[in-house]
Design a protein around this ligand. Sequence first.
Ligand SMILES: NCc1[nH]cc(CCC(=O)O)c1CC(=O)O
Length: 310
Amino acid sequence: MSLDKIIIGTRGSKLALYQANKVKDELGSAYPKMLIEIKIIHTKGDKILDVALSKIGGKGLFTKELELALLAGEIDMAVHSLKDLPTELPAEFAIGAILKRGDYRDVLVSRSGLKLNELTNKHKIATSSLRRVAGLKKINNEFQIVDIRGNVGTRLQKMEEGYCDAMVMAAAGLKRLGLEKYITQVLEPTVFIPAVAQGAIAVETRSNDKQVNTLLQSINHIPTQQSVTAERAFMRYLEGGCQVPVGAYTSVKNGIIKLTGFVSSLDGTNYLKQCMSGPNIKAKELGEDLAQIMVERGANEILNEVRNNG
Ligand SMILES: NCc1[nH]cc(CCC(=O)O)c1CC(=O)O
């Protein structure tokens, strides 16, 4: 039996659709005769817009409905920003492919072109990410931080309307939407550590769907996969989830991955940062080893404190 039609499931935001179309294009190049459709699925995270993300809780806020559609056979694969995908997937699901990573850095977007070191406690900086809160407080503990929800376009609009003076956003999201003109300052990872797997696009499948999983190997980017394996193993070991002040990034050279991770209290005062290198074929072990060192340095105490106050 051969597959002649594939249905790709995605959330309906512009960014999600861009990413789903990227998967469609890459699959289409690999299999020119295949019919590929995109189906939009609405998720809980898209529907609840008036509650802070860190308060809604629950794993897979943006992924559950897509997984149900996968199980029901309504879609054959689901495209996600890998950073939004829990580090532990239910056994029924697998990551069939990870595309070549885009820009993994965070950027500052500000209303009047102010750079990070020009912002003061008089400015409002908006983010819904506890990692970004901690990163900002680490730089200046007087920063005034406000919550913000909605997709990339909505956030930019809120800022222009005066809701805040600046925001930290993912470079990849802005670039994919053609909104790079809003970038005021790129935050290098040495200064501001991005989210685990930021900038990477993942294709989730049914684990038992051999045909689809085999098909997807043609678009899997192995160096990206190795990098994000190290980062996600680091996060998983710390039981990170998407709503804790944890981040990591990697650089790869000659088959050696250098992984840098951080764990922090929300006010940035208890900030642990550490890096470690290892061979790319032992990416998972590298992530776990780095996390283990963080635990020895007190990561669990820091994270428990955040969880109890969240
Ligand atoms: N948190 C939402 C989210 N999920 C993925 C991206 C952008 C793409 C990526 O980071 O991989 C964004 C926007 C942002 O963080 O500014």
